[in-house]
Ligand binder design. Structure first.
Ligand code: KG4
Ligand code: ZN
Length: 350
């Protein structure tokens, strides 16, 4: 199968992303080379509200999309004279519907203008496959043998909206083992950050503060950790932090952050490792915004090593929402002949 040049667009939440990448190799050994991966973060716009405001997200995407596209065009033109691509991949869901529509409409318009097909992409598949991408300019190197030998695999997708555990038999076939029954892991980080008067998004702030605290200072609960299912629950942990702060106003914030982070990581690592053992997994995949957390990466990596599993995690560039991963998932969906309709689908699952 010939190489495809993919223009990718991501607008599911508060990051506007446009990327250009080359994909080749087919399902047996997919290879990607990210040419450009541009992201315009809206974080500053949402900070005063302590979270993402959908109507503002929509407004910002509408403003940012043409600016980012022009920037991409300029970069490519100065290098090779002309921007060309074979396919446009755009996030169709899950996410905020008004935000998703801006990307879809923009993609359709470009599709008409350049006379190229447009395919819808599942944002969660973007995260799932993000370990296949290397830094811009570098071709990914996982060969056919490595890909074949990595299955069965267990994948943990942890973001602001999702906490999902999958069992994969191949890059094209998987089954959902469990997911959160209430808050997503990233949402718990964001809510606890708010309780500690830290700005949005809370994940990186908690991680920074936790470095100065004692993870064993406060024995926060680990809801459902011994439950037989592979589901997660984070809202009880968040509530325990709320009560602890209320009842111990003099508590050291760094200890609260470190102890909360420790409990959240325990929950994620314990369930993932149990799934890995029961599935006789040969590799463990971690992705999504919370995968940027170095403490989580280190703990899961160490646990995987102990069990003899390979640990596959995206480069730091691709944990948070970005368009390169949408291009990657667009290629994989095309190979799988999976079609997502070009309409915003807020609740799309994986
Ligand atoms: O994947 P993502 O960019 O957007 C969604 O698809 O939801 O994930 C964003 C989430 C936010 O909740 C953010 O607080 C969390 O990822 N996050 C982190 C870290 N960096 C981002 N959580 C923990 N530690 C981090 N370093
Ligand atoms: Zn995401």
């Amino acid at each position: 199968m010939k190489a495809l040049k993919i223009l990718a667009i991501e607008t599911s939440c508060d990051e506007t992303g446009i990327a250009l990448l080359e994909a080749s190799g087919g399902m047996a050994a997919p290879k990607f080379k990210v040419i450009e991966n541009l992201v315009a973060s809206q974080v500053k716009v949402h900070i005063p509200f302590g979270g993402v405001v959908p109507s503002l997200a929509k407004r910002e995407h509408l403003k940012n999309l043409p600016v980012l596209f022009k920037k991409l065009e300029d970069k490519i033109m100065t290098r090779s004279g002309r921007l060309s691509f074979d396919l446009i991949a755009v996030t169709a869901g899950p996410g905020l519907e008004p935000a998703l529509w801006t990307g879809i409409e923009f993609a359709k318009q470009l599709g008409k203008q350049y006379k190229k097909p447009v395919v819808g992409v599942n944002h969660l598949e973007g995260h799932l496959y993000s370990f296949l991408l290397k830094k811009p300019g570098i071709m990914s190197a996982l060969g056919a043998r490595k890909i074949k030998n990595m299955f069965p695999a267990v994948a943990l997708i942890v973001s602001g909206g999702h906490t999902i555990l999958l069992k994969l038999d191949s890059l094209a076939k998987w089954r959902r083992l469990g997911e959160t029954r209430d808050d997503a892991a990233g949402e718990a980080f964001d809510k606890v950050a708010r309780l500690l008067d830290l700005p949005y998004p809370g994940g990186p702030e908690i991680e920074k503060l936790a470095k100065k605290g004692d993870p064993a200072a406060i024995p926060f609960p680990r809801p459902m950790i011994h439950d037989k299912s592979y589901d997660f629950s984070f809202s009880g942990l968040k509530t325990a932090v709320l009560y602890y702060i209320r009842d111990n106003p003099a508590a050291k914030k760094a200890d609260v952050a470190a102890s909360f982070q420790e409990a959240a990581i325990d929950l994620l690592v314990t369930k993932t490792m149990r799934a890995a053992r029961e599935a006789s997994a040969r590799s463990i995949l971690l992705s999504g915004g919370v995968a940027a957390n170095r403490a989580l990466r280190a703990r899961l990596k160490a646990a995987a090593k102990k069990t003899g599993c390979a640990f596959l995690v995206p480069d730091m560039t691709y944990n948070l929402d970005n368009a390169a991963m949408i291009g990657g998932a667009g290629y994989m969906a095309t190979l799988r002949k999976k079609r997502y309709p070009l309409k915003a689908s807020g609740e799309m699952n994986i």
